[in-house]
Design a binder for this molecule. Structure first.
Ligand code: HEC
Ligand code: HEC
Length: 470
């Protein structure tokens, strides 16, 4: 071997030294990262955390039917509000406003404006990610639709014994209710559809709300009346010529349910299709946290790892945000300020109590699941908090007494969860890492899914979607 020339030897020596130093410099950070991974490994083992199991997206006739029904405004009394009007992909399947606006409103997301301020929905629109998952046992902020054990009925809902037969899931059961909500999709008997709707849908009476008019708001039969009227609208009636879009719905239903006679198809079958569509369409498939749980330690950064340790440790978030969807599906009170019209006569919203009438459940709301929570501001049941950092902060210290507090305000304050009453002291840096962890729960594909948003729906009415959707 030829001896190295001095210059070459010097270069080699420098290179070797540089490599050693660079290696040494990288070591502390690398070690810190390894320590975080080891600490998280223990948390993952103790809690049994696993990446979210997701159903494959298979487009079947039942999926298509559910998709059309989800996006078609023809399902609303006034023909201008679809499920998708409030559950927009471009807003993480929520709508970007504090309180949702159904019938008698125009525009989408932050641009949506009430035409009638008396008709604002009292609650913030929930996101609908992963709600077909087996851990989901109840629906709505107050859990008024839930799955219960046999013997009598599998589902507990405001329809009581009038729930259609054959409902497949709590998600399917849920779909029966926005249709009958006056501020959501039903409207009032005197409403007419907006005059400028295309395809002969303009300035039409609200025959669906008219069908419900004779019933008390909480009568189970009222829902049946709404559903029957809606089925008549979608399928047409014997003796009257069918519109093209009614024929289209008949075909979609026949191919989704080839073994059922069209005359015996119920709103329950349509609700099952809507539930099935949501179960496959609104699934978080690509979150960094799930990749981390699957073993890819580079999927999230050190700050998010610190945040995860806080979430499952000192921050005590997991006391309520537990399980595969980061919710226990139980009810707790954070004494979130009430804004908007409220749900009862006095303008208050007592949450779970409205459904259960159990006094200790006053002001409790269902723990929200947290995947994609970065996309769904404003937060909480009343939409009272605009920023995610402030939503976290609200958990950390019990609310202080207000000067001249009303009886209602005092009751609400007293309801604040005992689990959080001692307060949780987190530094600015710790709060920032919790945020980084919540960011790692965001699905990279959440806002663009060509297979989810259809170009058109059978009625020919405009599909509610933002430019960022699809
Ligand atoms: C006017 C806006 C609006 C429309 C239209 C609407 N929703 Fe919602 N959605 C909401 C609000 C608000 C809530 C929470 C209501 C509550 O808790 O009382 C909600 C809750 C839900 C939930 C419960 C999620 C959970 O975790 O409990 C599902 C699922 C859902 N909607 C699906 C639908 C479907 C399907 C349709 C159409 C049939 C629809 N929504 C129409 C605003 C809307
Ligand atoms: C005592 C149970 C409990 C604990 C502990 C808890 N949360 Fe919550 N969280 C809730 C409930 C209940 C709500 C909804 C309250 C409402 O809307 O009135 C909520 C709402 C949220 C929201 C808003 C979600 C949305 O869609 O509006 C975020 C974000 C959140 N929690 C994060 C956290 C973090 C981070 C921690 C740990 C620091 C934590 N939570 C600890 C029960 C809890």
């Amino acid at each position: 071997m030829r001896p190295l020339r001095p210059a070459t030897a010097l270069i080699c020596l420098c290179l070797w030294l540089w490599l050693c130093l660079a290696g040494a410099a990288a070591t502390p950070a690398q070690a810190a990262n390894d320590d975080l991974d080891a600490a998280l490994d223990r948390v993952i083992a103790v809690r049994g955390l696993e990446p979210l199991e997701v159903p494959p997206l298979v487009v079947t006739p039942k999926f298509r039917l559910g998709q059309m029904l989800f996006f078609d405004p023809i399902l609303s009394g006034t023909r201008d509000v679809a499920c998708a009007t409030c559950h927009l992909l471009g807003r993480g399947t929520s709508d970007g406003v504090a309180l949702s606006l159904g019938v008698r409103a125009t525009g989408l997301a932050e641009e949506r404006r009430a035409l009638d301020t008396e008709r604002i929905h009292p609650r913030n629109t929930m996101d609908i990610w992963n709600r077909g998952h087996e851990s989901v046992r109840n629906m709505f902020w107050d859990g008024r639709v839930s799955e219960i054990e046999a013997p009598v009925s599998r589902f507990q809902t405001p329809m009581m014994d009038y729930l259609p037969d054959g409902i497949e899931s709590v998600l399917a059961a849920q779909a029966l209710f926005p249709l009958a909500g006056e501020e959501e999709m039903l409207g009032l008997p005197g409403d007419r559809s907006p005059p400028d709707l295309p395809g002969g849908h303009g300035d039409r009476p609200n025959e669906i709300a008219q069908a419900a008019a004779g019933f008390d708001e909480f009568e189970p039969q009222r829902f049946v009346a709404v559903h029957d009227a809606l089925m008549r609208r979608l399928l047409g009636q014997a003796g009257t010529p069918l519109a093209d879009w009614q024929i289209a719905y008949r075909r979609l239903i026949a191919s989704a349910y080839p073994d059922t006679l069209l005359g015996t198809v119920t709103m329950g079958d349509l609700a099952n299709a809507i539930g099935h569509f949501q179960d496959l369409a609104f699934v978080t498939r690509e979150t960094p946290w799930d990749r981390y749980l699957a073993g890819d330690t580079s999927a999230i950064g050190m700050e998010a790892k610190q945040g995860a340790l806080l979430f499952y440790g000192k921050g005590r978030c997991v006391a309520c945000h537990s399980g595969p969807l980061l919710s226990d599906f139980q009810f707790h009170s954070l004494a979130v300020p009430q804004i908007g019209p409220g749900i009862d006569e006095s303008g208050d919203d007592r949450g779970r109590y409205e459904a259960s009438r159990i006094p200790r459940e006053r002001y409790q709301f269902r723990t929200p699941p947290l995947r994609n929570v970065t996309l769904t501001a404003p937060y909480f049941h009343s939409g009272a908090v605009a920023r995610l950092a402030d939503a976290i902060a609200l958990h950390l210290s019990p609310p202080a007494a207000l000067p001249n507090e009303s009886e209602v305000e005092a009751l609400q304050r007293a309801s604040f969860s005992p689990m959080l009453r001692r307060g949780i002291a987190l530094s600015e840096a710790e709060r920032a890492s919790l945020l980084a962890f919540l960011e790692s729960l965001e699905d990279a594909q959440a806002e663009s899914r060509a297979t989810i948003v259809p170009e058109s729906v059978p009625s020919g009415l405009p599909v509610p979607a933002l430019d960022t959707d699809g």
